[in-house]
Each structure stands twice: as structure tokens, then as C-alpha cells.
Design a binder for this molecule. Structure first.
Ligand code: SAM
Ligand code: SF4
Length: 334
């Protein structure tokens, strides 16, 4: 097989976007991401070293990956995070990061040197007590300050907001108001089921419900539907007089699998061909033995299912026996 076709699955989807989780550790404990009792951390020898991350990333770039996103856990808590970013920045890809924002002020220069232009920050409430309740920590002011710092430093900032019914759905309009004075993108994410995150459908705020709330304040003529980027998981909008924009990521009620171009690499060196897949292909042992990882990459791609790892209808997707076989989000990275 031509190496240029290795990242194509049986449905012809080309995978040019690699998401790398560089750590399972985090300085927050978001309730929707992490089980209350915590997770059992992988022993360090079984985690990818910086060198291994670069070798695997380079392999993917050689096969056609053009975009890499760093995630975690919280990617910025890893001690060699800066070195990893700087080395990945030399691979000639579009490099970006998803972070909870707490440590961002220490990394402004690194982001610039690594060529990171867009930073996604997760923030689920604009009210301090609520933010602290959902993250089980007290970093609201730091995150706010760091969002402003990124804007000041001319980064493109996207805010990831996981919506949970009766918790923060009453803040949808406040988040959109942020786009009135700041050129940011607010991304509303439907709450998704993972192992240990107490998901049930009644907590979901759907795409349709979000739009209904937006339309309670803004006239249809004020809500502009923007062109989505190719392979975009978000449906993009803006209020026509505001500089910023908002988007809805509806993996639950409107999956976007037919254009999926993502592959995920976990901190312990396993490939996941879908966020919802519990079948993973370990790369590290093979890499460490000196053998080629290309056959494993190919195997991972050709076993990718058409829709959400085979959880293709609501009954399967919402079945705790099925979704709890997957990892917790904290060890996948979003
Ligand atoms: N620590 C970083 C952060 O919070 O941005 C990166 C890792 S975090 C797992 C990546 C993204 O996944 C975050 O935007 C987070 O809000 C989102 N996420 C976590 N659990 C989720 C869930 N159950 N449903 C939807 N999004 C989730
Ligand atoms: Fe940590 Fe991000 Fe998960 Fe929150 S969403 S617990 S910040 S990894």
C-alpha cells in the first residue's frame, strides 16, 4: 500500500488531523471529565517520552498529517511540555493546543516560538462559584486573566463550554455576549458520555435547545450562519454586528462522522480511531522494539467504524454498559 493512502479508512475518509494527549495528569477535576474517585494513572515507564511523541508525530506527518493538537489531561502540567511544543513546531504542521488555561501565562513565548496561533481554553461558567464547583478547584480568576492575556498577545482564542442542563444552560446568552466586545469564538459542546462521568440524557443541552435560547434574544436576521471549515466538527454562527462568533459541537444529537479526519494518540501511546471507541492499538511496545509502527497505524484506520465506533443509534450510544467500556475523557483528551 502507498504510504500516502495509509491514513485512509475503508470509507475513503482521509485522516490528516492527529490529537496527542501528552499527560493523564490535571490540575482541575472537572466533574464531566473525571470520575469522582479519580483515575488510576499509568506508570511512567508506560507513557510516551518526549522523543517517542516526536517520532510518532513525525511518522504521521510523513503519512500526510497536517494538523496536530496537544491535549491531556492538562497538557501544560507536563514538565517537558514546552520542549515538546517547540519540537513539534518544527514539523511544519498547524499546531494547536486545548488547555484549561491555568498555566497559560508561563507559555506565551513558547506558543509563539512553536508557531501556535490558536488556543482553545475550557471554561464552563462565567460565574466564579459555579466554575469552581464544576472544576472542583479555585482557579476562576487566573483563567479569566489568561484569556485576556492571550487576546492581548494576539492569539486566536476559542472557549470550550460543555453545557449541562440546569447547571450552565442559563449562561448561553452571557457567553454569546462575550463575543460582542471580544473577537473570540465560543464553542458550546454537547455533554458526552464517558466512563465514570455520571452522564445521562436528561443533562444534555442539545443543538436544537441551544438555538432556541439564542433565538429568544436575537432575531433570525441577526444570527448569521458562517461557512464551516472542511472537516469542522462545529456548526458556526455569529451575531452579525459582533466581532466574535459562536459554534455548536453536537456529537450526540448530530454526529459529524462522515467527514471525520481525526486520529487520537493517548499519553500511553495507544491509537484510537474514534473518541467513542474502546478498541485501541498500542504503539509503544512495537516502537521500542525497533519495528515499524506503520502496519499498526493501518490496522487502526481500517477498523474505524462509520459512526461513533459503532454506537450508531441512540440506544447504543446512551447505554452505560457500552459507553463505560471506553476510557474516561481525561485519558483521551477530547
Ligand atoms: N485539560 C484540557 C482542557 O480542559 O481543555 C484538555 C483536555 S480536556 C479532556 C479537552 C476537552 O474535552 C475540554 O474542552 C473539555 O471541556 C472537553 N470534555 C471533557 N469531558 C467532556 C464530556 N463529557 N463531554 C464533552 N466534552 C468534554
Ligand atoms: Fe482536566 Fe480538562 Fe478534564 Fe477539566 S476537562 S478535568 S481541565 S482534563
Amino acid at each position: 500500500m502507498e504510504s500516502s493512502n495509509l491514513l485512509q479508512d475503508t470509507l475513503g475518509r482521509k485522516h490528516d488531523y492527529l490529537r496527542i494527549s501528552i499527560t493523564e495528569h490535571c490540575n482541575l477535576r472537572c466533574t464531566y471529565c473525571m470520575p469522582e474517585e479519580g483515575i488510576s494513572l499509568t506508570p511512567k515507564p508506560h507513557l510516551m517520552t518526549a522523543d517517542e511523541i516526536i517520532v510518532i508525530a513525525q511518522t504521521f506527518v510523513n503519512l500526510g498529517v497536517t494538523k496536530i493538537r496537544l491535549t491531556g489531561g492538562e497538557p501544560l502540567v507536563r514538565k517537558d511540555a514546552a520542549a515538546i511544543m517547540l519540537r513539534l513546531g518544527k514539523l511544519g504542521v498547524n499546531l494547536s493546543i486545548t488547555t484549561n488555561g491555568i498555566l497559560v501565562s508561563n507559555f506565551i513565548q513558547t506558543f509563539k516560538e512553536a508557531g501556535i496561533k490558536t488556543v482553545n481554553i475550557s471554561i464552563d461558567s462565567l460565574i466564579k462559584d459555579k466554575f469552581n464547583a464544576i472544576t472542583r478547584r479555585d482557579y476562576f480568576d487566573v483563567v479569566q486573566k489568561n484569556i485576556d492575556l492571550l487576546l492581548q498577545e494576539k492569539f486566536k482564542v476559542k472557549l470550550n463550554v460543555v453545557l449541562i442542563k440546569s447547571f450552565n444552560d442559563n449562561e448561553i446568552l452571557d457567553f454569546i455576549s462575550l463575543t460582542k466586545n471580544k473577537n473570540i469564538q465560543v464553542r458550546f459542546i454537547e455533554f458526552m458520555p464517558f466512563n465514570g462521568n455520571q452522564w445521562d440524557k436528561s443533562k444534555l443541552v442539545s443543538y436544537a435547545e441551544i438555538m432556541e435560547i439564542v433565538q429568544s434574544k436575537y432575531k433570525m436576521s441577526e444570527i448569521e450562519r458562517l461557512q464551516d471549515a472542511p472537516n469542522d466538527t462545529a456548526k458556526n454562527f455569529k451575531i452579525n454586528t459582533y466581532p466574535g462568533s459562536f459554534a455548536i459541537i453536537s456529537s450526540v444529537t448530530n454526529p459529524f462522522c462522515s467527514t471525520c479526519n481525526r486520529i487520537r494518540l493517548t499519553a500511553d501511546g495507544k491509537l484510537k480511531n474514534c473518541l467513542f471507541s474502546n478498541s485501541e492499538i498500542p504503539l509503544l511496545e512495537t516502537l521500542r522494539s525497533g519495528d515499524s509502527i506503520l502496519p499498526l497505524i493501518h490496522q487502526n484506520l481500517i477498523t474505524k467504524k462509520a459512526v461513533r465506533a459503532g454506537l450508531d443509534d441512540d440506544l447504543k450510544f446512551q447505554n452505560p454498559e457500552l459507553f463505560s467500556q471506553n476510557r474516561s475523557m481525561i485519558t483521551i483528551g477530547g
